[in-house]
Design a protein. Structure first.
Lengths: 234, 196
């Protein structure tokens, strides 16, 4: 190899061929190479420590679990954990990601569209949350959700004089009108104003359904729900 | 296997990196793929062990990931990300089991025959004799105790993390797991005794 390189240089670059390769003029700080290993070790030490601690924790947990089995369930202790007998269709996991992406991508788009269409609603919510204390806003949000859930059950579509009044107003004007006349609006009209019938069915199809409303409400009660969370669910 | 203590996994993408990718619209798809790659099999097997049947597990795991991605902005970081994921998967599985069980009658005989049916009807379940008995023993544990057993026995999760997943205390979990072990062991002993 060296001979080949030398011949190339002789043939194509005779001046370069005659030059010494050392010294090139580059320098490094004193003890650079001696310190490189130590410097790298210092940088990697936290990550290595974390990994080794984690590995020792694994060993300890495995030991603890095995002791539990030995002491309380010797028959089970002797059984292999692998080969449970479960199988999945061919390429199941490879297809799961693509299938889910198909389901989630249009939903993401719908959410974005709904947000822009209902932008005046966002303003309304912000104004309500500004007017009310956080605790009150939270309660209002919870009540609104319960009403919304009830609405899905009843599946009623309603129009009202109030919504007709709002039909020709701009978003800001509508928002101000609703705030000023909140007591005059019935639940159905507020819901319709918030979503419109088309968006309503989209939300229904993607998140709420009759069977899941109870579960959803249970879930929300357990969660530390705030207005932002509520908006996400809506 | 319990991920956060797996050496190889420690060297791959972290939960923090996944969450960071999911925060931005430009990297959302990359984050989605990273999350799926890191968790889809682990969560599927957890759900599968809870439900036994592949078709049911498939329905539930799809719901799990849909809820995860729709609510990812609400993840506040006050618990570990994988704990949050396991919590959603466990809750969805228990909810599904409750609904499935409501359809069955309450008598023990019918419950046992339902369990047996779930195990034998699944074309994607092909265990040896011992595993069939073990799965039958686990299947008759109450839903939450089944989750406790599976997280500890199969996932090898520390009690402290299980407490976050199941929203309960370490003491309660230890008691529940030991009761579960006793029930499974008794079932296996009876099978062994009857086969003699």
């Amino acid at each position: 190899m060296k001979k080949e390189i030398k011949e190339e240089l002789n043939d194509h670059a005779p001046l370069l061929s005659g030059m010494s390769r050392q010294p090139e003029g580059y320098k490094v700080p004193d003890d650079y190479f001696a310190r490189m290993e130590a410097d790298l070790w210092e940088q990697l030490k936290p990550a290595i420590k974390k990994v080794t601690e984690s590995a020792s924790q694994t060993v300890l947990i495995k030991k603890e679990i095995q002791e539990e089995l030995n002491n309380h369930a010797p028959l089970l202790s002797g059984m292999p954990k692998q080969s449970e007998g479960y199988k999945v269709p061919d390429d199941y996991f490879a297809r799961m990601e693509a299938d889910l992406w198909k389901q989630l991508k249009p939903a993401t788009k719908t959410v974005t569209e709904s947000v822009s269409k209902a932008s005046w609603l966002d303003g309304l919510i912000q104004q309500i949350s500004w007017l009310l204390q956080p605790r009150m806003a939270l309660q209002l949000a919870s009540v609104a959700l319960v009403i919304l859930a009830g609405f899905f059950f009843m599946n009623r579509s309603a129009t009202s004089q109030q919504t007709d009044v709002l039909a020709d107003l701009t978003a800001d004007e509508a928002s101000a009108y609703v705030l000023a006349n909140l007591d005059e609006f019935d639940t159905e009209s507020l819901i319709e104003l918030s979503f419109g019938e088309a968006n309503f069915s989209e939300v229904d199809a993607t998140f709420f359904n009759d069977a899941d409303v109870d579960d959803l409400l249970d879930e929300l009660q357990k969660e530390n729900i705030d207005l932002q969370t509520l908006e996400t669910y809506l | 296997m319990y991920k956060s203590v797996d050496l190889a996994d420690k060297l791959s993408i972290t939960d923090e990196q996944i969450l960071s990718l999911l925060e931005k619209e430009t990297s959302y798809e990359q984050g989605f793929k990273a999350l799926m790659s890191a968790y889809q099999e682990r969560l599927y097997w957890h759900v599968r062990r809870m439900l036994d049947n592949h078709e049911d597990a498939n329905d539930v795991i799809q719901n799990v990931f849909i809820k995860v991605f729709r609510n990812i902005k609400n993840f506040k970081g006050d618990s570990k990300f994988y704990t949050w994921l396991y919590r959603i998967a466990t809750n969805e599985s228990i909810t599904f089991l409750n609904k499935r069980n409501k359809k069955a009658t309450n008598s023990l005989d019918d419950e046992l025959s339902t369990v047996a049916h779930q195990l034998t009807a699944d074309t994607y379940f092909d265990p040896d004799e011992a595993q069939r008995h073990l799965k039958a023993a686990i299947a008759i544990l109450p839903e939450k105790q089944k989750a406790v057993f599976n997280l500890r026995y199969y996932e090898e999760m520390p009690y402290i993390e299980m407490a976050k997943v199941l929203d309960t205390t370490v003491g309660a979990l230890k008691a529940s797991y030991h009761h579960a072990l006793k029930k499974v062991e008794t079932y296996l002993k009876n099978v062994e005794h009857n086969s003699l």
